[in-house]
Design a protein around this ligand. Structure first.
Ligand code: FES
Length: 167
């Protein structure tokens, strides 16, 4: 378990700033706010997979925005984490198409294999299991997302293979 108190400081690295600058350059100079979502993704990755208050403040400062404008985005979207997560985050869709295609069985299998419930992280801090809304891949339901990859037409066997491949 990551101690949140150890994460009270955060600074964007020069590489992070350069990555954010690429997004800022996509918009008119007076609309830096448009780069908030990609900037939060960059900060989240740099902060070990979640956004501490310090990380959100760093984004606000770098984009010269009121902190509330960054906080409101970070707290709205489910892809942003406001507490520490495991090294691997499995985001399982349980919305209508996935539900009709067996996401219940997938979730049950994951819970049993990992020994955790939705919204929890394994004791070794390896895997966080998260329930999410539609991932936009309904035609290939049931679906889960791991990092930028979608795993589709899930079965318990596919889940086993996926888990075995995670270090
Ligand atoms: S309902 Fe699961 S991807 Fe759309």
């Amino acid at each position: 378990m990551i101690d949140k108190k150890t994460c009270e400081t955060f600074e964007l690295s020069n590489e992070d700033k350069a990555a954010i600058d690429i997004w800022v350059a996509q918009y008119p100079a007076e609309h830096k706010r448009s780069a908030v979502i990609p900037a939060l993704h960059i900060a989240q990755k740099a902060n070990g997979g979640w956004l501490s208050e310090a990380a959100m403040k760093a984004v606000a400062e770098y984009l010269e925005l009121p902190q509330i404008q960054v906080f409101e985005v970070a707290t709205f979207y489910s892809m942003f984490e406001l507490a520490p997560v495991g090294r691997h985050k499995l985001c399982v869709c349980t919305n209508v198409s996935c539900l009709l295609s067996g996401s219940d069985e997938i979730v049950s299998h994951l819970k049993k294999r990992l020994g955790i419930n939705l919204g929890e992280t394994t004791a070794d801090n390896k895997i966080t299991l998260k329930e999410v809304e539609c991932l936009g891949a309904c035609v290939n339901a049931p679906v889960l997302q791991l990092r930028e990859e979608f795993h589709e037409h899930l079965t318990p066997e596919k889940i086993d293979a996926l888990l075995e491949g995670l270090e």
